[in-house]
Design a protein around this ligand. Sequence first.
Ligand SMILES: Cc1cc2nc3c(=O)[nH]c(=O)nc-3n(C[C@H](O)[C@H](O)[C@H](O)COP(=O)(O)OP(=O)(O)OC[C@H]3O[C@@H](n4cnc5c(N)ncnc54)[C@H](O)[C@@H]3O)c2cc1C
Length: 280
Amino acid sequence: MTAYHRPRSLDEALAIRAETGALPLAGGTDIHPLRTARAAWGEPWTMPVLDLSAVPGLDGIEEDATGWRIGARTSWTAIAEAALPPLFDGLRAAAREVGGRQVQNRGTIAGNLVTASPAGDGIPNLLALEAEVELASRDATRRLPVAEFVTGYRATALAPEEIVTALHVPRLDHARGRFEKLGARRYLVISIAMAAAVIAMEGDRVAEARIAIGACSPVARRLPALEAALVGQHPSEMASVPQPAHLTPLAPIDDIRATAAYRTDAALVLLRDLLAGFTA
Ligand SMILES: Cc1cc2nc3c(=O)[nH]c(=O)nc-3n(C[C@H](O)[C@H](O)[C@H](O)COP(=O)(O)OP(=O)(O)OC[C@H]3O[C@@H](n4cnc5c(N)ncnc54)[C@H](O)[C@@H]3O)c2cc1C
């Protein structure tokens, strides 16, 4: 039988994690399908479970002088409905596209990040927001940029004794985010390609551009050459800037959802649409 822990404090949760290596459980929308699929193939789930639902302090979004702290257990619905500035428009758009309403009500931002799927809709947005992950263990708390936290295909820098407690998003003035996702159909879809952007303006010119593409490489990637080319542009010129050469950090694969060549073409079209949308 699987051991099931439901601690009532973070200290207790961290002690259980350190002593048993139990798997943190948030909304369960990634864990339960995996568990069920394994059981169907005759591999019963034996890993102890650390249910985080009764641990206080992991929910909600707080703002201070430096930026925002998003609790690890904050659901996609809470993010979509939060009163956040335009900087978060991309993340909030992603929140409205993660599965259907039931999945958005249960699924959490930290669960999406720790699963580290190339098709995880939160990750390109967190990269464009230059978010940091807050990681707690019994001995210490540390912060890592999301770009360093996600280390590979479904792989992260989460240590066996750690729990994600929050995401931190730094302030960026006069900035707005956008997100576009392409799948095989309009709703309830796993991405073939997705693009997230944060654009900061100074007057009528781009002062800073952050662009990330997901589902076109094992880990979502920023596009530094495109970001540099966008600086100084007027928003009405941005859609003509992306060129195939800007996509060199990507390494798309052929799979059942799309070919690599299709993904590359789609990423370019998505980028142009995404940037055109900043004039709206
Ligand atoms: C029908 C369906 C549709 C979906 N559609 C999409 C989609 O369109 N886009 C998309 O990106 N995803 C989609 N998902 C996947 C999933 O809903 C999201 O990734 C969700 O954000 C996962 O969050 P969770 O809280 O449910 O994670 P859980 O299943 O609870 O956990 C996922 C992983 O994160 C770890 N974890 C969770 N919280 C913590 C923490 N605080 N500290 C350390 N580790 C932690 C768990 O141990 C586990 O490894 C879909 C899932 C389903 C079932």
